[in-house]
Design a protein around this ligand. Structure first.
Ligand code: GAR
Length: 190
């Protein structure tokens, strides 16, 4: 049983998809720790309702910065909880060396575009505004860049003529919820 740590800043629907796959028996894993940099994020409530251990990362008042000492502390907390694979699921801060060194090739991210297209924030909105014909999602290894790490798998969705940022994001999320648990399952036993 692969021990997962999940980091998120938002609603946690991707974490929910991971939980559902575990419950369904298609993913032989266990979420042992959920961390959020936003104490009001629904991901924490969602996790606690499901009886998971869920805690806050205090970034010391910084809005987007994730200071090195905090990253080292998070790495320590993940290790102490026995986390083997770290899954970023809507986590909005850049992970850097203290965490990357603690979990080499063991930190994954899901991003709502076909990388290398549209890295960064609100990738679904970027795709609509750019007039892209298709978009999708990418699961990749995290490296020190922003959404630049080696790609593991992608799923495509069409962009429709009447799409808004929201309707496209909803279509992408359906694929995210399928793809992320499937890619995580590839790490079981490795
Ligand atoms: C997801 O669409 C994820 O791909 C995206 O945030 C959303 C989180 O949703 N991540 C990024 O944009 C990372 N740069 P969730 O909290 O419901 O899983």
């Amino acid at each position: 049983t692969l021990k997962l740590g999940v980091l998120g800043s938002g609603s946690g629907s991707n974490m929910q998809a991971i939980m559902d796959a575990i419950d369904a028996g298609t993913l032989n894993a266990e979420i042992v720790l959920v961390l959020s940099d936003n104490e009001d994020a629904y991901i924490l409530e969602r996790a606690r309702k499901a009886g998971l251990r869920a805690e806050v990362i205090d970034c010391g008042g910084f809005k987007t910065k994730f200071p090195d000492d905090k990253q080292a502390e998070v790495a320590r907390r993940l290790k102490e909880a026995g986390v083997e694979l770290v899954c970023l699921a809507g986590f909005m801060r850049l992970v850097k060396q203290p965490m990357l060194d603690a979990y080499p090739e063991r930190i994954l991210n899901i991003h709502p575009s076909l990388l290398p297209n549209y890295p960064g924030l609100m990738a679904w909105k970027q795709a609509v505004e750019d007039g892209a014909a298709e978009s999708g999602c990418t699961v990749h290894y995290v490296d020190a860049g922003m959404d630049t790490g080696p790609i593991i798998e992608q799923a495509k969705v069409p962009v429709l003529a009447d799409d808004t940022a929201e309707t496209l994001h909803a279509r992408i999320q359906v694929e995210e919820h399928r793809l992320y648990p499937e890619v995580i399952s590839q790490f079981v036993g490795k």
